[in-house]
Design a binder for this molecule. Structure first.
Ligand code: CA
Length: 233
């Protein structure tokens, strides 16, 4: 017998759609596929939820009251969110499609669509997401999936802003070694950007508030930089 395709693990999917009947229909189908689905009725709710919790996929309608789907996507990407996004829209203009993909969408579907096609695309995005998983860095209860750019603490998703992630990645590469602020700035700043030592202090302090409760300590080495201490449990 041929080796059966392994079913990718279930995903947590956010559906951003103000049409309640459509949102419920999509949620029902995806739940039938074994996924968990959360429905958000506005772009504002979607951004808030995406910054507070971790999702494997976002199905994002363009036509929303308030912030439209494009603006939601633009803000998420500006915040460094790597969540895969499937754009859903009644507007099938080629410009819209290009605009969505330019903003960082992973796929695009025009309404009306067949549920079977939506399910197939969600499956494809799920497989692609798994394929992008890269090397994992671990430190005690902390785990960074460097390919998918997702962090976990004690197995639960940990939300990190893009800059926090970058600082943590540098420190994780040099456990028990002091890393100067200059080195961190070089790793974190965009090209040509002037990032201050104070900014680095802010990112480190945010990281501490997220990691200290789990027993992970970033020590300050006065006048020089920081050191991620060996995890002692
Ligand atoms: Ca809509």
């Amino acid at each position: 017998m041929m080796g059966a395709l392994r079913t990718p693990p279930r995903m947590r999917i956010m559906i951003v759609e103000d049409d309640a009947a459509l949102a419920a229909g999509v949620a029902r189908i995806l739940e039938g596929e074994g996924h968990a689905a959360d429905v958000m009725k506005s772009g504002e709710h979607a951004i808030l939820a995406a910054t507070q919790e971790s999702f494997d996929l976002m199905i994002l309608d363009v036509g929303l009251p308030g912030l439209d789907g494009f603006e939601v996507l633009r803000r998420l990407r500006a915040q460094g969110s790597p969540v895969p996004v499937l754009i859903l829209t009644a507007r099938d203009a080629i410009d819209d499609r290009v605009h969505g993909l330019d903003l960082g969408a992973d796929d695009y579907m025009a309404k009306p669509f067949a549920m079977a096609e939506l399910v197939a695309r969600v499956r494809a995005l799920n497989r692609r997401g798994k394929a992008q998983s890269g090397p994992r860095l671990t430190h005690g209860p902390l785990e960074l999936d460097t390919g998918a750019r997702r962090a976990f603490l004690n197995g639960a998703p940990l939300e990190l802003a893009a800059r926090e992630w970058a600082v943590l990645e540098v420190l994780l590469g040099k456990v028990e070694k002091v890393v100067s602020k200059e080195v961190i700035i070089q790793a974190v700043a965009s090209w040509g950007e002037d990032l201050s030592h104070n900014a680095i202090e802010v990112y480190v302090s945010r990281l501490r508030s997220k990691l200290e409760p789990a027993g992970i300590h970033i020590r300050t080495v006065r006048g020089f930089g920081y050191m991620l201490e060996e995890f002692s449990g």
